[in-house]
Design a protein around this ligand. Sequence first.
Ligand code: IMP
Length: 429
Amino acid sequence: MPAYAVIGGQWGDEGKGKIIDYLAGNVAAVIRYGGGANAGHTVVNDKGKFQLHMVPSGICWPGACGIIGNGVVVDADILMGELAELTSRGIDTSRLYVSERAHLIMPYHALLDRLEEEARGDAAIGTTGRGVGPAYLDKTGRMGIRVGDLLDIEGTLAPQLEQTLAFKNQVITKIYGGEALSLTEIMAQCTAWADQLRPYIRPTEQIIQDLLADDKAILLEGAQGTLLDIDHGSYPYVTSSSPSVGGACVGLGLNPQAIAGVLGVFKAYSTRVGEGPMPTEMLDQIGDDLREKAQEYGVTTGRPRRVGWFDAIAGKYSRLVNGFTGMVVTRLDILDGFPSVKVCVGYRVDGKDLDRFPANTSLLAQCQPVYEELPGWDQPTASATSLSQLPQNALDYVRRIEELVGCKVQIISTGPSRDETIEVERVIP
Ligand code: IMP
């Protein structure tokens, strides 16, 4: 059995955690391949409500192991905190594995994330402040500390940390006027991490290859969304990893031919946290009402999310970048009761039509959405579990999105719980 990827089709927060939890009953592993504790995945099931930043969302299923792949940047304190909480709530965490090749988010990364954002002033990206960007910078700059280095503190970690910290302290003090961090304190922290994380550290690519060779199905859990992808997103207002499907191959050491399904998760409308253009953003009362109704506040930072109508131009772009084989529409119930709903079917810039998602961020910022308005629906879609329970107008709306994005809808989510789901078409056979 192969791998199935669950990828954010928009700017993150599409509800991937719930979809992963829904699908994970049928798989042997749920695997994170990128991002760090900037992700906030909410899972609601019979065991309660869980907000996970590091641990893969399938952890609540006893049959699935959780894997944090090499492409993830690991916040060890947050990971250990989540493991402790899950254990205290009766979830078995012994089947969690962390790649020895994954990089660690170090104390100077979070500090630099904050200092860099302050220095950007009006051009701030609005990062989550979790040190994710600076950790990826060090990874590509070949001065990162890897999870596996915790297993060889004297031989590998200590000399690398000494060299890296000397450089970082120069940047912190001389460029940003901050206070230097102590090598002794960070070494002590690493030793504590090593003691606690040792049982979880593994060559995860081997585990993944063995599962596939054993004909087991695995789920690849995307974090963030395609429009935040370092290459394919609205650069520079992006995260520092590759949430799109290519990131899964690199971030796990996974053969692309193993991926049988690529599921694009889309909210029935749009949201974005942080700065950067968002053509369909609603800055009016309808937007405020939608935010309140949907409680669109970030899981990681608590920031209010910007809200907008569904952007089918961005959706189609996302489909093309990822090769989505199926689509998931989440939070359809939030649109219940709106007199009409809009879908962006094109952009206009200076009176000219633009039918693609531009690479240039200033151009994206100038894009005026061209809307198609569809009738709303009064009867609820909330908690529906079959297509026949949906009001006709809601179904027409979903079908229109499907047509515009160019990808069949396989799942519709009608509420936060695992069972508030319509599986239109089986995703994992
Ligand atoms: P960073 O990933 O913390 O560096 O933040 C870069 C941008 O990505 C900011 O606009 C964040 O708000 C956004 N971002 C990062 N992670 C998430 C997420 O899980 N959901 C939504 N936005 C995110």
